[in-house]
Structure formats: structure tokens, C-alpha cells
Design a protein around this ligand. Structure first.
Ligand SMILES: [Ca+2]
Ligand SMILES: [Ca+2]
Length: 221
């Protein structure tokens, strides 16, 4: 192996490692709802036949760090039932395990220790359509004003699309209104361990070859 060949191999492997580390960089999509729904769609589901439906609407009444957000009118709560959410699809590398992180702020009019509603989230390859598709990530009314919520999961999507959703579940027969804003979704593809191992093995091989080359050139000098 010549020194030039060894250098070329080393450069190729460095490029591979740079490419692999680039794949681990997070992509973040932030929705501030300044002019509308920013591509999110609303959905409501309840099992109870009674009561009015929840509705999400765009409002300039208030915003987190700005003057607009999405208002969640939870309906009249009859039947102690119903989940209202927003959902959106995001592109991820197909077939690659990807960490998905969701963060948003929810506005409570008052602080309360009782009669709180559940804050819900979903991260899935399937389109969330019923209440059972959601995970409880916290409770409303922990403080008056804007409160942060977070949820994350690692999933592999064969199609390269994932669904992310955030919402609120009715728990009491009472009309309620909340607001959600500054929804941030980060996607981070996790490189396969085998790719990193191959690159490391290649580097070790190059190091060994160049050490042998040096030893040989020292002896012949
Ligand atoms: Ca906003
Ligand atoms: Ca849906």
C-alpha cells in the first residue's frame, strides 16, 4: 500500500463519518400559527353520544411570544368524554429508526388542582383517529398562563411518513377553552450501528497499514 493510497482511503473514511454524523442532525419544524393552521388539521373523537363537539379555531386573541395561536373549544363536556387534537404528517428517512420530539405550549385561563383535563399526544406511523390512539403527557391548569409540554418517541416508518398530534381530553361536564401555540417537532434519524462500526473498522485498518508502511520505509532507509 502506497502512502498516497492510504491517504485517499483515510479521506474516504473521514467523508463517510462526516456523512453519517450529518444524518444524526435534527430537523426542527416550528408552527407559531401567525396566519393560520400551518398545515395542521383538527380532529375530534368521543364515544359518548351526548354533548357538543370540540372545535379548534385560529385566533389572534393571544399567542405564546406572538399574537396568534390555536383556540381549543372543548365543547360542553357532556358525557365526560371527547378528545380534541391537531395532527400533521412529517417526512422522515424511510425504514430508519428516527427520534421524534414534540414540544408545545398550552394556555390555561386559571390555575386549578382539581377538575383538570388530560393533555394528550401521539407520534405514530398510523393516522390517529380515536381517543385510544393517544398518550397522556400531563394535565391542564397546573398554572395560569402558558405551560410547556413535551413528548418523544423513536419509530421506524417504512413509508417515510410519521403522524404527530397534540390535544386535550375532556374529563368533566363543563365548557372549557384552552389555547395551544409554538408547536415544535424535531426529527433525528439514528444511524445504524453497523455503518459506524464499518467506518471505525476501516479507520483501524488504515492506521495499521500506514504504521506497517512507515516501519518498512524506515527499515529500507
Ligand atoms: Ca403563535
Ligand atoms: Ca386523524
Amino acid at each position: 500500500m502506497t502512502r498516497h493510497y492510504a491517504l485517499a482511503c483515510a479521506a474516504a473514511i473521514v467523508l463517510m463519518i462526516v456523512a453519517a454524523s450529518k444524518a444524526t442532525q435534527a430537523e426542527t419544524f416550528v408552527s407559531d400559527f401567525e396566519t393560520g393552521f400551518d398545515g395542521w388539521q383538527q380532529q375530534w373523537h368521543k364515544e359518548s353520544p351526548t354533548g357538543t363537539d370540540g372545535v379548534v379555531s385560529h385566533t389572534t386573541e393571544r399567542g405564546y411570544l406572538d399574537g396568534a395561536s390555536l383556540e381549543f373549544d372543548m365543547g360542553d363536556g357532556f358525557g365526560d368524554d371527547g378528545t380534541l387534537w391537531i395532527e400533521r404528517q412529517f417526512a422522515v428517512p424511510a425504514g430508519v429508526p428516527t427520534q421524534i420530539d414534540l414540544a408545545f405550549h398550552l394556555f390555561n385561563e386559571f390555575q386549578s388542582d382539581f377538575n383538570t383535563f388530560q393533555v394528550k399526544a401521539a407520534i405514530s406511523t398510523g393516522n390517529p383517529d380515536v381517543q385510544a390512539d393517544f398518550t397522556t403527557i400531563g394535565e391542564t391548569d397546573s398554572a395560569a398562563g402558558w405551560v410547556p409540554f413535551m413528548f418523544g418517541d423513536t419509530i421506524t416508518s417504512p413509508s417515510g411518513q410519521v403522524w404527530v398530534a397534540a390535544g386535550i381530553r375532556v374529563a368533566w361536564e363543563t365548557p372549557r377553552v384552552y389555547w395551544i401555540d409554538h408547536v415544535a417537532v424535531s426529527t433525528t434519524a439514528i444511524p445504524e450501528p453497523s455503518a459506524a462500526a464499518t467506518a471505525l473498522k476501516g479507520l483501524a485498518g488504515i492506521a495499521l497499514a500506514s504504521r506497517r508502511f512507515r516501519r518498512r520505509s524506515n527499515r529500507s532507509a
